[in-house]
Design a protein around this ligand. Structure first.
Ligand code: ADP
Length: 508
């Protein structure tokens, strides 16, 4: 297979992932082209790239999702390749086809692999043929609630209605009993249609107490496929991940080998080339089932990078150049323990309401073993148009216990003013005895609603002091300390962002 030169890459994305990709490109001596909407003029990815082009108004549909404009900019800037990042157009087969048809290199899998894995029912069939266990469910999409009822009477309730084209937890409904089926069927179908333009739904057994364990794979264009170990992603809210770690406490060497082999088989079954993630659910008996394959770089990829020392973006680019991986499974070393916390501008205690506004001050935790991947700085705005993620704080240490301590330390150092964040929630989870013991599943947050309120009084005192110090050094802050020492419902004081009176919504 002929080597394909890549000298300049257009990054069809924004925020932290665009910054992340630009950094590796710079290390590899590759020129970068950023694109931005009118809302993103001063974002770090725009300032960091070698060139940047305005592509439209703030709504994604008029900017970051405009494949025609992206191709035009790639032509104008003489880029040889497009990296899609995650989200936006990263899993749209039509886009990767358009990129290739325009004579550019798409840094990702083939449109055929994206299409196959983008349809959950097709992916499940492929996995069954390859001998990879899948969650029991209907083979094909269903057209009436009666078909779901027939499946449920055979396999028992609860069942899960899912969108074939699903993603981001959309178009999913848990059904506990037959009476709920018709309305769940209608709701899932219309949500699927609205979100994906594809109303096909199917039904699966809803596993009790599952853990979400996924495997990173890398495949080159010469037939080599390796896995880079697992990521435990069971700490979720509404089926969306918040904290990820590697290794998973439930995966031992033998299980890693079996799951890793299944992940490699999944990649081989669809002729996969580039980086991808094979997701599994693991039940109480540590039996694992294929859930889906994500045909792109994952948000939580840094956890794997810290544990293996492999730069996944660099590998994606090498593979896209048709270079062979140059190593085999036995060459891959996995060391220590890595944890990622997603820092969102949102208020967990107020239905996770996004907290929009200008970031007035931002200084993430730093120090030994800490990496902060972010796409915003002080002065930037968290707007209503995009995902409210501020950064991904990732730590590495020799053991899980040390990594937990390190993450708690780094989160404690994290200073941010202007928007509310889920930092207190992250801290409460990391300190929860069940989390510390590794005893949790995807329902952890739902089972511990009190965690949204738990703040240690000593920590609140400490945060109050930090907030007061920050307020003195930032005289432009509005209404600083307005709520200082106010008591919350549970008799404790507000955490730092509340003390500063900037929390979106209120719970007084
Ligand atoms: P999406 O593509 O929308 O993200 P996934 O199929 O990847 O959906 O599932 C997302 C999450 O939903 C999983 O991590 C898990 O928490 C939950 N989930 C999905 N399928 C099942 C199932 N059959 N049983 C229990 N939980 C499930």
């Amino acid at each position: 297979m002929k080597h394909r030169p890549i000298k300049k890459i257009l990054i069809a994305n924004r925020g932290e992932i665009a910054v992340r990709i630009i950094r590796t490109c710079r290390e590899l001596g590759i020129q970068t082209v950023a694109v931005f909407s009118e809302a993103d003029r001063t974002m770090p990815h725009v300032l960091l790239a070698d060139e940047a082009y305005l592509i439209g108004p703030p709504p994604s549909a008029e900017s970051y999702l405009r494949s025609d404009i992206l191709i035009e900019v790639a032509g104008k800037s003489k880029a040889d390749a497009i990296h899609p990042g995650y989200g936006f157009l990263s899993e749209k087969a039509q886009f990767s086809r358009l990129v290739s048809d325009s004579g550019l290199i798409f840094i990702g899998p083939s449109p055929e692999a994206v299409t196959m894995m983008g349809d959950k029912t097709e992916a499940r069939k492929l996995m069954m043929e390859a001998g990879v266990p899948v969650v029991p469910g209907t083979k094909d999409p269903i057209s009436a609630p009666a078909e779901a009822a027939a499946f449920a009477s055979e396999h028992g309730y609860p069942v899960l209605i899912k969108a074939a084209a699903g993603g981001g937890g959309k178009g999913m409904r848990v059904v506990a009993e037959e009476a709920e089926l018709p309305s769940a069927f209608r709701a899932a179908k219309s949500e699927a249609l609205a979100s994906f333009g594809d109303g096909r739904i199917f039904v699966e057994k809803y596993l009790a107490e599952p853990r979400h364990v996924e495997f990173q794979i890398l495949a080159d264009a010469h037939g080599s496929v390796v896995h880079l170990g697992e990521r435990e992603c069971s700490i979720q809210r509404r089926h969306q991940k918040i904290i990820e770690e590697s290794p998973s406490v439930i995966v031992d060497e033998a299980m890693r080998k079996r799951m890793g082999e299944a992940a490699v088989m999944a990649a081989q079954a669809c002729g996969y080339v580039n980086a991808g993630t094979v997701e599994f659910l693991v039940d109480r008996d540590r039996k694992f089932y294929f859930l889906e394959m994500n045909t792109r770089l994952q948000v939580e990829h840094p956890v794997t990078e810290l544990r293996t020392g492999i730069d996944l973006v660099a590998e994606q680019i090498r593979v896209a150049r048709h270079e062979p991986l140059g190593y085999t499974q036995s060459d891959i070393r996995m060391n220590g323990h890595a944890i990622e916390c997603r820092i969102y501008a949102e208020d967990p205690a107020n239905s996770y309401m996004p907290s929009t506004g200008t970031i007035l001050h931002l200084k993430p935790g730093q120090g030994p073993g800490v990496r902060d991947d972010r796409g915003v700085e002080a002065g930037n705005e968290i707007s209503v148009y995009y995902d409210p993620m501020i950064s991904k704080l990732v730590v590495w240490a020799g053991t899980r216990e040390q990594a937990l301590r390190r993450m708690i330390r780094a989160l404690g150092e994290y200073e941010i003013l202007g928007v509310a964040t889920n930092i207190p929630l992250n801290l409460s989870i990391l300190r929860h005895p069940d989390f510390v013991a590794g005893n949790f599943d995807t329902h952890f947050l739902a089972l511990h609603p009190d965690i949204l309120k738990t703040q240690r009084p000593d920590e609140l005192e400490e945060m109050g002091a930090v907030a007061a110090a920050l307020a003195r050094s930032a005289p432009t802050l509005p209404e600083v300390n307005a709520n200082s020492h106010q008591q919350s419902e549970d008799g404790r004081k507000w955490h730092r962002s509340r003390i500063l009176g900037m929390q979106g919504g209120g719970r007084s």
